[in-house]
Design a binder for this molecule. Structure first.
Ligand code: CUA
Length: 354
């Protein structure tokens, strides 16, 4: 008796937890978009713009179609039986009992085996297609290093280093430009996921995972670290910016330039070079060559700071240096404790790093 009266309470409790989890996810994505520069699509695996993501969507439709069909058939039979064989007033006979029907046992063994076999073969074929076994020589190679809580992005063949915003060329018919991503971690396990480009791949310390993407549509697509990796896991956002091939080459050429030198902000540069900033950050052309934090050589070419925690505006940048914790509690960058005047000069210099 106790159990039956508790059941609805358990159910509503579980439902409430599920609903709040869904709401938290939705508001997290909403916040990510609101805080930042425009993106071309809400992250979803159902609107793929890249080859692996398209295959994953087709497979998911097949799996959902088969499971949906099973759900409909089982539910229909269940409701039919509940209605057709319900207890009727005045009829308290026990229903006929069936023992050891070979027909029934064979059918409910073989049918599920066939269904699982179809799902297994379809999945294995897709995995085989998408597995990045070797890198074609013409492919663009990018090394992605997951950090608590940001993404280091290196183009080793091109000598370009950036952070949190992955620039890629689009493939065009007759001119394929696939990108192969080498995924590494500097600390704990992360997971690299840009739903419109591909599935997620774990980023594991002391291991190098390989994945590839081949986008066909230009635009900005949001991604997210998909493995809990510490307090700021939710603010470990990513964006992929897919360019026309010519535009991409121009972006690379600009990124290969050393940091701009502007005499008017020489004071800010001197402050940067004389503080602990240089232990964690790199700016090409200065004495700063740290790799613990993002490379700042072309900081102002990025639309966000703090791995998507805030838009990259002068006010946010200044507030970030004064107190990263304000945007991202637990961020590993310390507050720099600079006088207001020095903070202004430092920010003014950073703003020239186009
Ligand atoms: Cu990195 Cu979650």
């Amino acid at each position: 008796m106790q159990r039956t009266s508790d059941a609805p309470a358990h159910l509503t409790g579980a439902l409430r937890i599920m609903l709040s989890a869904v709401a938290a996810c939705a508001s997290g994505i909403g916040r990510a978009i609101a805080a930042d520069a425009p993106v071309d699509a809400i992250p979803t695996m159902f609107e793929p713009v890249s080859t692996p993501a398209e295959s994953i969507r087709s497979l998911s439709f097949l799996v959902m179609g088969i499971s949906g069909g099973i759900f409909v058939v089982v539910t229909a039979v269940l409701f039919y039986c509940v209605w057709r064989f319900r207890a009727r007033p005045g009829d308290d006979r026990e229903p006929p009992q069936v023992y050891g029907s070979n027909q029934i046992e064979w059918s409910w063994t073989i049918v599920p085996i066939l269904i699982v076999l179809v799902l297994f073969l379809a999945t294995a074929r897709t995995i085989n297609e998408l597995q990045a076994s070797e890198v074609p020589p013409e492919a663009l190679r990018v090394t992605i290093v997951g950090h608590q809580w940001w993404w280091e992005i290196r183009y080793p063949d091109l000598g370009v280093v950036t952070a949190n915003e992955l620039h890629l060329p689009a493939s065009r018919p007759g001119e394929r430009r696939p990108t192969y991503l080498h995924l590494e971690s500097a600390d704990v396990i992360h997971s690299f996921w840009i739903p419109q480009l591909s599935g997620k791949t774990d980023v594991v310390p002391n291991r190098r995972n390989l994945m590839w993407v081949e986008p066909h549509t230009t635009g900005t697509f949001l991604g997210q670290c998909a493995e809990y990796c510490g307090t700021q896991h939710a603010k470990m956002l990513l964006r992929a910016i897919v360019h026309e091939p010519g535009e991409f080459d121009a972006w690379i050429a600009a990124q290969k330039q050393p940091a701009a030198v502007v005499d008017a902000v020489a004071d800010g540069r001197a402050i940067f070079q004389s503080t602990a900033c240089i232990n964690c950050h790199t700016v090409e052309g200065t004495n700063a060559n740290g790799r613990f934090g993002p490379d700042l050589t072309h900081l102002m070419s990025r639309t966000t700071i703090g791995s998507g925690a805030a838009s990259n505006t002068p006010e946010n940048l200044r507030a970030w240096i004064a107190s990263p914790d304000h945007f991202k509690p637990g961020a590993l960058m310390p507050a720099m404790q600079l006088a207001d005047n020095d903070l202004d000069k430092l920010t003014a210099w950073l703003l020239t790093l186009q």
